[in-house]
Design a protein around this ligand. Structure first.
Ligand code: PLP
Length: 393
């Protein structure tokens, strides 16, 4: 058995879509900001002014990355807060009977906040095809027919990694006078950020790309002059969100994103998938025919429940997931898999592997070897159990 010490080496960590370790750049930026610029940015003395200036420079830097005006950038606690804020504002502005459209595969941060703010009856779901991609033609028809108050579609799915036609949807919404929100939690830091300036709302979390937990960005519409005021208190973040700004976390988030640079190379993941299909016949990669994030692989294993695989992988120093971090551990069947037509039995055999920028092709090979080792061991156990049964006849 491969006896790897997970705590000593991060190369068995294949759950980056759930969260990532703090990157070295982020840690350095956080320490520098926390020791040099810890003052309250609202203070009127020189040091506080310097912190304020750096905070605004960070806002400018995010605006440049996202191609929008700095006044549209609001720092908050992350994607869940952002999604809740978008739904609350959309519901407040919507006509009494106007629906909100979300895709069938949205994260609970979007799904649950839409249901809370609009009520289940007003939440329409845009269908996905068997690859897990939102059906653009159907979406266009639904948007044209109903003129929803808001359309919310993620940039990339957290479970499958399948990319969504969010740029096209933003355009369709513009044509039909509907607001568009993009949950970019899985996209930012993994894919180029161009196009987000055309979305009314964009939300994401730093901890998905090497930044700290509890900090994120919400891009607000350019014409939202009326402050969101979701957290009332001080007039921070232009009145959108009260509370002392967390400049060290903002600095660390920016450093993490800048350190990400280009796209993650998909070569290791691709070779892993090819090898897995050969070594464990009957394995199917979910969403393989669609464009996907380069770090994500969702495999439908030919036999045995996913928890059997997960615990044996964990013993060997590999951290993987049975789906999204929020539904895994709660035993809930995945609404994403259901929308893609998987049966309950198939959903119980799904494993998600998500690497990071530091994951090497060798790490992916190590994961494939461990899976094969477990496959052989589980087959042997099944064979001996059958023999035992027969000998009892
Ligand atoms: N949206 C997507 C697509 C996600 O994957 C996640 C987290 O997994 C979230 C939203 C919520 O992010 P957070 O838990 O950082 O608020």
């Amino acid at each position: 058995m491969l006896n790897r010490n997970f705590h000593d080496a991060m190369n068995g960590y294949f759950d980056h879509n759930a969260t990532t370790p703090l990157s070295a750049s982020a840690r350095e930026a956080w320490l520098a900001a926390q020791s040099g610029h810890w003052q309250n940015p609202s203070g009127l003395y020189r040091e506080a002014g310097a912190t304020r200036q750096r905070l605004e420079e960070a806002r400018e830097a995010f605006a440049e990355i996202l191609g929008c005006e700095a006044r549209r950038i609001v720092f908050n606690s992350g994607a869940t807060e952002g999604c809740n804020a978008v739904m609350a504002r959309a519901a407040r502005e919507a006509a009494a009977d106007a629906p909100v459209f979300i895709s069938e595969i949205e994260h609970p941060a979007v799904r649950e906040s839409a249901r809370k703010e609009f009520g289940r009856a007003r939440v329409g779901e845009l269908p996905v095809d068997s690859c897990g991609v939102v059906d653009l033609d159907l979406a266009q028809r639904m948007i044209a027919e109903s003129t929803p108050a808001l359309v919310s579609v993620m940039a990339a799915n957290n479970e499958t990694g399948v990319l969504q036609p969010w740029r096209a949807l933003a355009e369709i919404c513009r044509e039909h006078g509907a607001r568009f929100h993009c949950d970019a939690a899985q996209w930012i830091g993994k894919m180029p950020a161009d196009g987000f300036e055309h979305c009314d709302w964009v939300s994401f979390s730093a901890h998905k790309f090497g930044g700290p937990k509890g900090i994120g960005v919400l891009v607000v519409p350019d014409d939202a002059c009326d402050p969101l005021a979701l957290l009332v208190g001080g007039a921070q973040e232009s009145g959108h969100r009260g509370g002392t700004e967390n400049f060290p976390a903002v600095a660390a988030m920016l450093a993490a994103l800048q350190a990400r640079g280009g796209e993650i190379d998909a070569a290791g993941r691709d070779a892993f998938e090819t090898g897995l299909a050969e070594s464990i016949p009957g394995t199917r990669i979910i969403g393989a025919d669609a464009q996907r994030l380069p770090n994500t692989s969702m495999a439908l294993m030919p036999a045995h429940g996913n928890l059997k695989w997960l615990t044996r992988l964990s013993e060997r120093g590999f951290a993987v997931s049975t789906g999204s971090a929020c539904s895994a551990g709660h035993g809930n069947p995945s609404h994403v898999m259901a929308a893609m037509g998987l049966s309950p039995d198939e959903m119980g055999r799904v494993l998600r592997f998500s690497g990071g920028p530091e994951t090497t092709p060798g790490d992916w090979e190590g994961l494939a070897s461990a899976l094969l080792e477990i496959h052989v061991a589980l087959q042997d156990r099944r064979r001996s159990a059958t023999k035992l049964d027969l000998s009892n006849l």
